[in-house]
Design a protein around this ligand. Sequence first.
Ligand code: DOR
Length: 443
Amino acid sequence: MKAPNTRSGESRELVIRGAHVLDPPSGLDGMMDVKVSDGRIAEVGIGIRGSREIDADGLHLFPGFVDVHAHWRSPGQEHKEDIESGAAAAAAGGFTSVVMMPNTDPVVDKPIVVSGLAKRISEESRVRAYITAALHVGLKGERLTEMRLLKEAGAFCVSDDGLGTQSAGVLRNAMLYAKSAGLPVILHCEDHTLSTGVVHDGAHAALAGLPGIPASAEDVATATGLILAAETGARVHITHVSTELSAALVGFFKDKGDISSDTTPHHLTLTDELVSTLDGMYRVNPPLRPDDDRDGVGGALRDGVLDFVATDHAPHASEEKDLPLEEASPGFLGHEMAFPALYTELVTGGKLSLPRLVEAMSCAPGRWVGGSGSLTAGSPADIALVDLSEEWTVNRDTMASKSSNSPYVGKAMASRIVGTIVGGEIVHDIHDIFSGAKFGIRA
Ligand code: DOR
């Protein structure tokens, strides 16, 4: 496994005092102090003191969030996002690790592209960033990439994200080769012979006169992917599950292979009702679905059938989104609004517990990348500090991302990420809590 890349961490000791600490797997749930030293969690408990302290009374402290699905658009589309802005957006959302997708320009399908990206990450990213290389050359679903060489160059996993693999035989070979190379496969499940429209094929598409994408476009490909994952034994992660049936299929196959899955904040909180606005903002792939799918996917996340949340952070320039739905590029920003949207909609709405949300955003994806998403002593000091009582309205002009295509712009949020720490280094500090402006610091 390739070690994550970050800028050199701050090694000074820091004690964060009196936050409500929540780390479900280790049973931490209460007012505690967290000592960070040399970039790692040194101690969690009561009455811990240190040479440098901040008072975090009133805040919640979670293991940093881990986003297994992000498009940082590098190389080649840096007008939408680059590594520095992608990392800043991640940090602003409490994410301390991110897995980058390969549908870039050029596609990440050659070792030289992987090693170039790894170098840029080490110089420009303030959060941990893992590289996904393509499963097939040019994401075309035809010729396998040289996965062993891609891994040697620094790839962490492989995917053709953005496109589904159309031939089951080709996908089966890809899984077998990825398994032999020791690389997990992230699967974007889409049958392109079925997905010929732009929004979910339902009543809202019909009323708006828009061509629909039936749920079967995802479900058929999900079934194929799961059957092949079970048969090959490859490590397969099904990403952005958006239908109730695909979630049920994952549930059926989950224990029959090395299989995991995620869904997104937008499929958990929004529905295809938004299509009636005709606003290109709401085009995304897979498309927003009806209430039953949103609730079915939410129930599957709650029950652990779906393992975690990943955002599919997909920045697009305003000229690609400020268009009618049929002409707009698909995708939403994800990093900055993920936790606030899910907390506001699902936790305060009584549909998901706060510990399960933290498990789904930190601990489970942290286990998937390995060694992240935990507050146990010795773990990397990757931390999200959150004010669950702060109410704010999402403003497109104040985003850390280079783009502003968030479907939550103008929406009221009931929680805010106020601080993010990666390997002991402070990478986000919206209220200057670490410089002492709000809570005070003893140096
Ligand atoms: O909406 C999407 N946008 N879905 C994808 O699978 C790809 C992504 C992008 O790269 O813009």
